[in-house]
Design a protein around this ligand. Structure first.
Ligand SMILES: [Zn+2]
Length: 405
C-alpha cells in the first residue's frame, strides 16, 4: 500500500539540529543578555555623571540650547549603538560560520554605517521634537508626541520600501527577473479574487547576503508591494513558492499592514503615557545622584534612553503576540488560496515549512517562554503540524477566507 500520510512533524537531521541549537541559544543570549547589558551600561554611565558631562561638553561648544541638542542627542545615540555593536559582530560571525549569512564583512560594515547614519539623523530629529514638547507642555507632552507620531508612522511605512530598503538591498521588478513565475503568482491572486498588478511584485537580491528564502509584504497605499527574495526562487520548488506567496497575499488581502499600524499606535499610546508617569515620578528623586538638572534639560537624555530600552523590552512580547496572530491568519489564508492550484495544499504547505526550517536552521522545540517573548512567527513545528492537518474542504467544513472553487 502506498503511504499517503503527510509528514506533519518538523525534524532536523543531527548535524543541522546541532547547528540550529547553537544559533538558537546564541540568539537568546544576544537578545536577553544584550538588553541586560545595555540597561546596566546606561545605568552605570548615568551614575558616573555622563548625563551632565555630555551636556557640559555641548555647553562649552555652543551657548544655544537647540544647538547643544544637536551634539548631545547624536552622542547618546552613538553610545547606544556602540554598546550593541560587539553583540551584532558576534552574531554576524556566527551566521557566517553556519552558512546562514554570506555577507562579506566589507558589505556588513557599509550597511552598519548607513543604518548608523539613519539612526543619528532621524533619532536626533525625534529627540529634538520630544524635548521641545516637554518644554512647551510639561503635563501633556506624551499625548502631543503620540499625536505627532501617528502621521510620522504612516509616512514611514509608506516611504521605507521606496527610500530606505533600496539603500540596503537591490530590488527589481519580478516580471523582468522571472516572467514565468509572475504568471503562476497571478493564478494565485486570481484565485483570491484579487488583482495584484505585476508592477507591485519585486524580487530582492538577498543571495548577496543570506542563503535562506523569504518573502514579505511591505508599504502602504501606493507603495504597498510583495517582495520575493531571489533565494526563495533558487531554493524552493514552484508549488512551495506558490504556498509562500499565498501566505504573503494573505497579509495583503487581510489588511495586515494597516491593522499592524493601528495596533502599534495603540501600544505607543500606552507606553508614552507610562513613560510620562515614570519620568515624572522618578526624576525628582534621582536628580542629584544621577546628575540630571531637570526632565526638560538635555542632561536627562540618557535616562530617557534607558527608559525606552526597558519599555521596548516589555513591549516586545505584546508586539510579537500580535504578529504571531496575524502570521497564523496568513498561514490559513495561504493554504486555502493554493487549494486547486497545487496538487496537495496540506502536503505542499507542510513541506515548505520543513524546507524553510532546514534552510534557516530553526530549532524543532523552542522553549515556550522564548516563543512568547521573542517569536514574531509561530514556531515552525506548530505551523507545519497545523498545515498538515488543516482541512476546511472536508465534508461539513468551510474555509475561513477563500471560498472553494
Ligand atoms: Zn507572514
Amino acid at each position: 500500500m502506498l503511504d499517503t500520510t503527510i509528514q506533519s512533524v518538523y525534524t532536523l537531521p543531527p548535524d543541522k539540529l546541532a547547528k540550529a541549537l547553537v544559533l538558537y541559544h546564541a540568539g537568546n543570549w544576544a537578545y536577553f543578555g544584550g538588553t541586560a547589558w545595555t540597561i546596566f551600561a546606561l545605568w552605570l554611565l548615568l551614575r558616573l555623571g555622563a548625563g551632565s558631562a555630555i551636556c557640559n561638553l555641548a555647553a562649552r561648544l555652543t551657548p544655544r540650547r537647540w544647538l547643544q541638542g544637536l551634539i548631545v542627542a547624536p552622542l547618546w545615540l552613538l553610545i547606544l549603538t556602540m554598546l550593541d555593536l560587539p553583540i551584532s559582530l558576534a552574531l554576524h560571525r556566527l551566521n557566517l560560520r553556519y552558512g546562514i549569512s554570506v555577507e562579506p564583512w566589507s558589505m556588513w560594515w557599509t550597511d552598519f554605517g548607513k543604518s548608523l547614519a539613519l539612526t543619528l539623523v532621524f533619532g536626533t530629529v525625534i529627540l529634538g521634537v520630544l524635548y521641545a514638547l516637554i518644554r512647551r507642555s510639561p503635563r501633556r507632552w506624551w499625548l502631543w508626541l503620540w499625536i505627532l507620531a501617528l502621521p510620522v508612522e504612516a509616512v514611514a511605512v509608506f516611504i521605507i520600501p521606496i527610500v530606505i530598503d533600496p539603500m540596503f538591498d537591490h530590488f527589481s521588478p519580478l516580471a523582468k527577473a522571472d516572467p514565468a513565475l509572475v504568471d503562476q503568482l497571478e493564478r494565485v491572486s486570481a484565485r483570491g479574487h484579487l488583482t495584484i498588478p505585476p508592477s507591485r511584485m519585486y524580487v530582492m537580491d538577498a543571495s548577496a547576503k543570506v542563503t535562506g528564502p523569504n518573502a514579505y509584504v511591505t508599504g502602504f497605499g501606493a507603495s504597498k508591494r510583495i517582495v520575493v527574495w531571489d533565494t526563495t526562487i533558487r531554493e524552493m520548488p514552484i508549488s512551495q513558492i506558490l504556498a509562500v506567496y499565498g501566505h504573503e497575499q494573505g497579509h495583503y488581502v487581510l489588511h495586515h499592514i494597516p491593522k499592524g499600524m493601528l495596533f502599534f499606535a495603540a501600544v505607543m499610546f500606552i507606553f508614552f503615557w507610562l513613560a510620562f508617569r515614570i519620568l515624572h515620578w522618578v526624576v525628582p528623586s534621582i536628580e542629584n545622584s544621577w546628575h540630571i538638572s531637570s526632565l526638560d534639560d538635555w542632561s536627562s537624555l540618557g535616562l530617557i534612553l534607558l527608559l525606552v530600552t526597558v519599555l521596548s523590552f516589555f513591549a516586545d512580547p505584546i508586539g510579537n503576540a500580535f504578529s504571531r496572530h496575524i502570521e497564523h491568519q496568513a498561514d490559513v489564508y495561504g493554504e486555502e488560496v493554493v487549494h486547486g492550484l497545487v496538487p496537495d495544499p496540506q502536503a505542499t504547505m507542510a513541506q515548505s515549512f520543513q524546507r524553510l526550517g532546514e534552510l534557516w536552521l530553526d530549532v524543532p522545540h523552542p522553549n515556550r517562554f522564548i516563543v512568547f517573548w521573542t517569536y514574531s512567527h509561530p514556531p515552525t513545528a506548530d505551523r507545519m503540524r497545523f498545515a498538515a492537518s488543516y482541512d476546511p474542504w472536508a465534508p461539513g467544513k468551510h474555509p475561513r477566507y477563500v471560498s472553494p472553487q
